[in-house]
Design a protein around this ligand. Sequence first.
Ligand SMILES: Nc1ncnc2c1ncn2[C@@H]1O[C@H](COP(=O)(O)OP(=O)(O)OP(=O)(O)O)[C@@H](O)[C@H]1O
Length: 271
Amino acid sequence: MNTLVDYENIFIGKPKGIKVLQAIDVSKRYQKDYVLRNVNLELEQGRLGIIGLHDSGKTVLMRLLSGLEKPSSGKITLDGRKLDRRKIAYVPQAPLFDPLLKAKEVMRYVGSEEYLDVVDLEREKKVKDMSLGEKKRLALALSLPFTPEYLLIDDITEDSKEFFLEFIKNFRGGVIISYHNFRDVWEVIDDVIILSKGRVTYKGNKEGLKFKIIRTKALNIPLDRVVREGDYVEIWEEFDDNFVEEKLKALGINYEVKEASPDEVFQRFYA
Ligand SMILES: Nc1ncnc2c1ncn2[C@@H]1O[C@H](COP(=O)(O)OP(=O)(O)OP(=O)(O)O)[C@@H](O)[C@H]1O
């Protein structure tokens, strides 16, 4: 293997021939309990965020997409074929390495310790002295010599957040990142899958999560979906709709409008 870092194959251009990563009607159960049900997704080199609360099935889905585990039913394919695991780099939630090895010794498995420079990790540092974020960067370094076309990152820690967000922005291939909120990853994702108790509750472009919250002190308005919050009422409406505002105007009722954050929308409708 070439011992120099192949920057071009990590950061420059797009991989030749766009490949489609697909999950087709994927379910997973351990013993009797289903932890994922009928998940469908399709990604063509874009950037997908898999968002869900604790225990929603994010890690299980990431392990299936990386080829580390097999679905109980349904299938995962790359361009309609069986997964080529080397083309899919996977950064686990909590990577495991021999604690006594140095970073450069772990890299001997792939024969090129130079990739530690790409993830900004000291060659002499022992695994037992690394933070979780550094172990995740080491997992990434191990996958890079295989010129992956997809990068799957299961969770980012506080100390590695900046590094991974920057890496995602520059990576030439497709990215899937799983995380528990939108705030921290919003800038690097285009498409979204929200998981709730193993089921997909939202799938689409992140722009589809735009809602506004209309607030008024008029408590008895003749509209559906009105929620009372203390001394005012709230009505949520999709950002581009104007039905509620026009109705309130016609009724001569004063109101305020605020854009809901993606996390507020997630918590309210899809979590
Ligand atoms: N090997 C396993 N055997 C049995 N149950 C499992 C196994 N792996 C995961 N589960 C169960 O699957 C469910 C989803 O777990 P998963 O780790 O995917 O959630 P998550 O969304 O990644 O949560 P977190 O945000 O806490 O990491 C949990 O109830 C978990 O206990």
